[in-house]
Design a protein around this ligand. Structure first.
Ligand code: COA
Length: 164
């Protein structure tokens, strides 16, 4: 039987519980999921690509249906190289739609064999973003409800935090 493989791309700077929600739900739909960290030059990243991949790998543990990877260049080319046919993305609010619509259409115009599928972010994560988590961490605010333990530890180290 043919395996259904999806690529879940993002900056993941850092991965949050909102991303994990999409990954866990994605595993209910696809046989295999490739979590792919993009080196997105437009964003001023806090964590290096290696640090992001490490935090994701530590968080996801050893699951034979999951691969954690990183890529440079065009997402659509990376997806094709992996032999996947689906890009999985999460949608939080209406404000995400325009940007997502634009990149999904652009990607489809480059390679129409590859589809972008969206999952609505679960209610508790609708307001969450990596930037908000970083701001909270920088200002010594509570981050525990929003990120997995490996990310909490890494943020604490980055910002020399004294409280949780
Ligand atoms: N729950 C909570 N937050 C979520 C979320 C969810 N389910 N899904 C996304 N977010 C947040 C992220 O934390 C992130 O927050 P930030 O802006 O504060 O960092 C934001 O939503 C979007 O980030 P992310 O999902 O990581 O994607 P991105 O927009 O940073 O990256 C790529 C999008 C990687 C798909 C895109 O840049 C790309 O394809 N790059 C490769 C180059 C390329 O092919 N370019 C041409 C595209 S046409």
């Amino acid at each position: 039987m043919k395996k259904h493989v999806a690529v879940y791309p993002g900056s993941f700077d850092p991965i949050t519980n909102g991303h994990l929600d999409i990954i866990n739900r994605g595993l209910e739909v696809f046989d295999n999921l490739i979590v792919a960290v993009a080196s997105n030059s437009e964003k001023n990243a806090l964590f290096s690509i290696e640090e992001r991949v490490e935090m994701i790998s530590e968080t996801l543990g050893n699951n034979p249906r999951l691969i954690v990877d990183s890529f440079k260049g065009l997402l659509i080319d990376y997806v094709a190289r992996q032999g996947a046919r689906v890009i999985l993305r999460g949608l939080r609010a209406v404000s995400d739609f325009e940007y997502e619509f634009q990149i999904a259409q652009m990607n489809h115009s480059v390679n129409e064999q590859i589809e972008t599928l969206f999952m609505m972010t679960s209610v508790p994560y609708g307001y969450l973003s990596s930037s908000i988590v970083k701001e909270m961490a920088a200002l010594n605010g509570p981050i525990e409800p929003f990120v997995p333990p490996a990310v909490k530890a890494a943020l604490n180290r980055k910002f020399g935090r004294t409280t949780v």
